[in-house]
Design a binder for this molecule. Structure first.
Ligand code: AMP
Length: 178
C-alpha cells in the first residue's frame, strides 16, 4: 500500500478529547489487515536500518506497533508503562501531554547497558511522551538514537524536540495542524 493509501485509513475525529484537538484515530488503520501489515512492514524496515537491538513502545497504542515490529525483526520489546502496572521496582518520569499530564514507568532491568533501543509509537505531537520515554530508557542505560512513528504532527514541534535531544525521527505520514 502507498503512504497515501495508508493515510486515508486514519480517521480524524474533531474536538476529541478536548475542543480544538483533531484526534488522528488509528483504530481504522489497525482494523484493516493490509493497512496494518503494510504499516508494520514499513516501520520494521526503518527500525532495522536504525540498528536497533530492542524496541520500546509506550502504553497503549505504542504496544500495538512496537510489539508487531519487534516480532517482525526478532527483537525484544520493552513496555513503557502507565504508572502502577509493573509488579517490580520501577523508575518513572512525569511529563506534559498535548492535553493534560501523565507519567511513564519502566523496569530498569529490562535494558542492558549501552543497548541500542529504538522507540516506536503511533503518533508524535508535542514529543513530550517520546522524550520522557527516551529519558527513562537512557536513565536505565539504553542508547536511544531513533524514534519511529506512524503519524507526525509537525506543527506541534515534537519531532524537532526529539532531534534536539539527538534522536532521529521518522514517520510514515504527517498531518497538518494540531
Ligand atoms: P505527545 O506527547 O504530545 O507527542 O503526544 C503523543 C501521544 O498522545 C501519542 O502517543 C498519541 O497516542 C497521543 N496523541 C496526542 N495528540 C494526538 C492527536 N491529535 N491524535 C491522536 N492521538 C494523539
Amino acid at each position: 500500500m502507498t503512504p497515501d493509501e495508508l493515510k486515508r485509513l486514519i480517521r480524524t475525529v474533531p474536538d476529541f478529547p478536548e475542543p480544538g484537538i483533531q484526534f488522528r484515530d488509528i483504530t481504522t488503520l489497525i482494523g484493516h489487515g493490509a493497512g496494518l501489515k503494510a504499516s508494520v512492514a514499513n516501520l520494521a524496515e526503518r527500525v532495522a536500518a536504525s540498528g536497533a537491538e530492542a524496541i520500546a513502545g509506550m502504553e497503549a497504542r505504542g504496544f500495538i506497533f512496537g510489539a508487531a515490529v519487534a516480532v517482525q525483526l526478532g527483537l525484544g520489546f520493552i513496555p513503557v508503562r502507565k504508572p502502577g502496572k509493573l509488579p517490580i521496582e520501577t523508575i518513572g518520569i512525569d511529563y506534559a501531554l498535548e492535553y493534560g499530564t501523565d507519567r511513564l514507568e519502566i523496569d530498569p532491568s529490562a535494558i542492558a547497558k549501552g543497548q541500542n533501543v529504538t522507540i516506536v509509537d503511533d503518533l508524535i505531537a508535542t514529543g513530550g511522551t517520546a522524550l520522557a520515554a527516551a529519558e527513562l530508557l537512557r536513565q536505565a542505560g539504553a542508547t536511544v538514537s531513533h524514534a519511529m512513528f506512524v503519524i507526525d504532527l509537525p506543527e506541534l514541534g515534537g519531532a524537532d524536540r526529539l532531534r534536539a535531544s539527538q534522536i532521529a525521527v521518522e514517520a510514515l505520514m504527517a498531518f497538518e495542524g494540531a
